[in-house]
Write a new protein. Structure first.
Length: 185
């Protein structure tokens, strides 16, 4: 089954008026948690992502909380690698429970990337600790024609050009719908 169909079948592709983590607005929202709650599907989807990342040279994987944690853990299981995560402390991502050794090479895993702000925060944490980012892996890249610049390759299973809007330039149909913020921030 195609990945987009899996999102639809599991109810993980939502339609409406959504406030994204970046503050932008969208008609569609990918709620990966609804797909990943099914352990078999999570294993299959993350296994596909692991296959696309397996040839990179890395020591460990890191994910930003919340959405990336399940993806990172499952991809790490497939790659038989160590996985750590950055978590929110006073509204910002921080590495609290783990150590990054200088020179340690990391794959950064996320569920969905639009502007890439959580990935950017995670990349910064890795670099500040002396780690070396190697690549970013994501289930959904919805950045379309405006991919974020991470300084490393981004690998995704599904690439889409999903329209986003600033709150000041909403189309009329979205102005009529209540805005919902289903994400983690």
């Amino acid at each position: 089954m195609q990945l987009l169909e899996i999102f639809k079948k599991t109810g993980a592709l939502l339609d409406g008026h959504f406030i994204l983590r970046s503050g932008l607005r969208s008609r569609q929202y990918f709620q990966c948690a609804l797909l990943l709650q099914n352990a078999k599907l999570a294993s299959e989807v993350c296994g596909l992502l692991a296959q696309k990342l397996k040839d990179y040279s890395y020591d460990a994987l890191i994910s930003p909380a919340m959405g990336g944690i399940l993806v990172g853990q499952e991809v790490a299981r497939h790659l038989e690698a160590r996985h750590i995560f950055a978590e929110k402390v006073e509204g910002k991502l921080a590495i609290r429970r783990f150590e990054i050794k200088p020179g340690e090479r990391f794959l950064i895993l996320e569920d969905v990337v639009t502007t890439g702000s959580a990935v950017q925060e995670t990349l910064k944490l890795v670099r500040e600790a002396g780690g070396i980012p190697v690549a970013v892996g994501t289930i959904v890249d919805r950045s379309g024609n405006h991919p974020p610049e991470f300084g490393v390759p981004m690998v995704s299973l599904l690439q889409l050009n999903v329209e986003t809007f600033s709150p000041e330039s909403l189309p009329e149909d979205l102005k009529l719908l209540p805005a919902v913020k289903p994400g983690s921030r």
